[in-house]
Design a protein around this ligand. Sequence first.
Ligand code: BMA
Length: 312
Amino acid sequence: MNNKHPELFRRYSHNPILSAADWPYPVNSVFNPGAVRLPDGTTLLLCRVEDRRGHSHLCAARSINGVDGWQIDPQPTLLPDPEHYPEELWGIEDPRITYLPELGKFAVVYTAYSHGGPGVSLALTEDFRCFERYGMIMPPEDKDAALLPHRIGNYWALIHRPISSLGAHMWISYSPDLRHWGGHKLMLEARRGAWWDANKIGLSSPPIQTEQGWLVIYHGVRQTAAGAIYRLGLALFDLHNPERCLKRSDNWIFGPEEPYERRGDVDNVVFPCGYTLGTDGDTIYLYYGAADTSVALAIGSVSALLGWLEKQ
Ligand code: BMA
């Protein structure tokens, strides 16, 4: 009998793929990148880069094969702009990218951080050089957000993770124009008690649209006597009614195991904010922050994830 857990994601053998030593200017750490495959096939990672003040900005790295040969922008790609957006005073973090065919633009949803707390901000871009800021669309305390790629009925949908005194759960909200948000619904709850995802959950990379539904990779946090552990789980949501959960895994599918995930500025963290699909439409390249220090890659298959989730 095979007593091993199924390996749904295989780590790239040369992980981590990007770290501070690769950067063209001095930085402390590079992690939690958003990801997208551009029309010419290039993979673009929009990395969270932390400087030696402890403040983050975003910087793009591009690669033909999505694995190596990364070309990093010589200067920060998107800097906080606290003069016009005071909610960005302490930096911008954890970008998640969704292409919006209706607008012909990429939506970058990120955490804006200031003394007001972390909230969710939005910028649109066509080329990852010029950005049109929409400012903060969800006030603190809120993070771990991404847009769905098209409207549900008449409304854009944003998944996000506000924190209340009763927990840190995933919510979904709707907007006619990406500026005014309402219709807030609880989408998925942290499980509490003795679970790997007991204390906090949040969206990892943007949902993957499949025939069976929106496949969501989410992170779950367990607080232990030795600190928090960030791991990943799977859930499936109704395509037409994305607040309706069809399936959720009890077991985590990916967690910190390798030294670069176990040790870093924040130990025991795997934190994806983006994925790309291979040309077969099934291979998934999951890009994740490892221990809040570097960027790593794990490769899986959407049909295998769905098949596994179906059997849970
Ligand atoms: C979360 C976010 C992530 C970070 C993680 C672990 O709250 O701030 O950016 O990777 O904590 O420190």
